[in-house]
Design a protein around this ligand. Structure first.
Ligand code: PRP
Length: 172
């Protein structure tokens, strides 16, 4: 059975996201805040995080994909930016579910800086420092984990298991 036990429960996720959201909402200076969720993985985290910020924020979306299928990155990051909204002159918070090699977060933040935002910050639910290849770290990390494959709460294996409320170990 590839789907393993729960690594991070929905209760732990909820508590951590509430704390993180409040911390981020207070840390970002006053002014327009625009949150950009990187689809699809960040969908669930972003929805919970924006409601914990304690301040008004507008929303945009960027679709980033690098994993064709399976558990290994293909190395290329494809970006679709049709719904990013209006980043110019605003504080940006880029939200992703996981930072693994870091290639996605690097590609997304670099491409958003071209829109001349006031500032760019990044928040991920899961950090996997052992896998980092790109020169980037997230500003806010919910949970740091070892080099293990996990699914649930947005994280997929071959597009499956995103809708699980908890985060599980997974071994294909
Ligand atoms: C996953 C995840 C991150 C990225 C992290 O996205 O959502 O965006 O990989 O990996 P990296 O740090 O090695 O770049 P994926 O490309 O699988 O698309 P998805 O969000 O639709 O699942």
């Amino acid at each position: 059975m590839p789907l393993g036990d729960i690594l991070i429960s929905q209760t732990e996720i909820r508590r951590r996201v509430e704390v993180l959201g409040r911390q981020i909402g207070e840390a970002i200076p006053p002014g327009d805040l625009h949150v950009i969720a990187t689809l699809k993985g960040a969908l669930f985290f972003a929805v919970d995080l924006v409601r914990a910020l304690g301040r008004e924020a507008t929303l945009g979306f960027i679709t980033a994909s690098s994993y064709g299928s399976g558990t290994e990155s293909s190395g290329k990051v494809l970006l679709h930016q049709e719904d990013i909204g209006e980043p110019a002159g605003r504080h940006l918070l880029v939200v992703d579910d996981i930072i693994d090699t870091g290639r996605t977060l690097l590609a997304v933040t670099e491409s958003l800086r071209a829109h001349r935002p006031l500032s760019v910050r990044t928040a991920v639910l899961i950090g996997k420092p052992a896998r980092r290849e790109a020169a980037i770290e997230a500003d806010y990390v919910g949970f740091t984990i070892d080099d293990i494959f996990v699914v649930g709460y947005g994280l997929d294996y071959d597009e499956k298991y995103r809708t699980l409320p908890d985060i599980h170990f997974f071994s294909p």
